[in-house]
Ligand binder design. Structure first.
Ligand code: 5GP
Ligand code: MG
Ligand code: MG
Length: 184
């Protein structure tokens, strides 16, 4: 899917495919340097992190494993509440592992803050976070994020894994939707 398939649904492109990929090159180089060949378990949070996981993992050297979690955040509408339920747990025992949580976007930080303490309670050697996008102005809780792709304004974005009503995840870029898409 690209912008041409979107008709007039696209408002504007925030980050191009080229920008995302260039930044992923830098993030992967940093991660490779930091872990220096130590075995690393990437934990992707479904479904939004699928694209960043695939693109980041292919750029990493060394001994990499991937596992996935699905969580749902109780809350009203689009706002997360910080009360989280595990829909799909990891298959991997975290004891003694170096864990890197891979996220699409950090908005309030509530989901990730919960996830961080949940994973830390399982006895890993280390737990760090990598996110492609972050909305610093929307943060409700401070989450220590080691690797950030881009800080973006507090706007609802789609593409590169991020959906609106399950659509637009397969856009190769990150953009905003025209208001008429939301108005039914
Ligand atoms: P948080 O707990 O940080 O508020 O929520 C994070 C989750 O909310 C993300 O993993 C994502 O699923 C969703 N989310 C937050 N901001 C956006 C956005 O701008 N666009 C989309 N499509 N989802 C978002
Ligand atoms: Mg996510
Ligand atoms: Mg969503």
């Amino acid at each position: 899917m690209d912008a041409a398939d979107m008709g007039d649904d696209l408002e504007r492109v925030l980050l191009t495919e080229e920008q995302l990929h260039a930044r992923l090159d830098e993030m992967a180089a940093q991660i490779d340097a930091d872990y220096a060949g130590e075995p690393l378990l990437l934990v992707g949070v479904l479904k939004g992190a699928v694209m960043v996981m695939a693109d980041l993992a292919r750029r990493l050297g060394g001994n990499i494993e991937m596992d996935w979690m699905a969580v749902s955040s109780y809350g009203s509408g689009t706002k997360s509440s910080g009360v989280v339920r595990i829909l799909k747990d990891l298959d991997t025992d975290l004891t003694g592992r170096h864990v890197l949580i891979v996220e699409d976007i950090i908005d309030s930080g509530l989901t990730l803050s919960w996830l961080l303490s949940n994973l830390r309670s399982r006895g890993p050697a280390t737990v760090e976070i990598a996110t492609m996008l972050r909305k610093p102005e929307a943060a409700k809780v401070e989450v220590p994020v080691r690797y950030v792709g881009f800080d973006i304004p507090t706007e609802f974005v789609v593409g590169y894994g991020l959906d609106y009503a399950e659509r637009y995840r397969n856009l190769p870029f990150v953009g905003t939707l025209a208001p008429h898409v939301y108005q039914h």
